[in-house]
Design a protein around this ligand. Sequence first.
Ligand code: MG
Ligand code: ZN
Length: 223
Amino acid sequence: MREVVTAEEGEVFDIELEESLLEANRRLAEQNRALLDQHGIRAIDVMGSVGSGKTSLISCLVERLKDQYRIAYIAGDLTTTIDADLIARHGIPVVQVNTGKECHLDANLVAKALKRLDLASTDLIFIENVGNLICPAEFPLGSHDRLVVVSITEGPYVVMKHPYIFMEAQVAVINKVDLAEVMGVDVGKLEADIRAVNPSLRTVRTCCRTGEGVEDVIEALGL
Ligand code: MG
Ligand code: ZN
């Protein structure tokens, strides 16, 4: 026999704290959005697990789009500057946000990062969230789009096990499709899982290591 314990609504003991926290975050996210809109900036929140390929995708997008848009990059990470250093090689403004123990970016941290950028000289901002498929979904940052990256190496159940992040996103990227056969993962099944969770989500297959599918991501984002 298989027993399942499920937390009921209101049962989590710090639920009041959490609700006021989420509400405060939503207000700050609205302020971020207003600030971005005031400057005519488009911001894209890139979410996904550690190692899914968020930084590689952003690197490809920056390389392809940097002559067309004045791009900036905000990197959320617990302690390192590995991603920020990588993207800085493209010669664009980069702000590193070290969250310490926080496992997601929040609107307050993004507001602080926006203060470090010359917004009058920026058209497009890629915000790389902390590697995590769970709580970033609950913390909107004020971005115009949310893009979630999953990779074949996360296995066949990655979408079914993390539905909320797919509900919050507008574009889903399935990365490392070149590894599908060796990993025994059916890409079509992952796409079907994504459609089941959020039928309006645009889904793109990529191999960011070779640049395959990057044009499709640009089209899905309407850039
Ligand atoms: Mg990264
Ligand atoms: Zn978190």
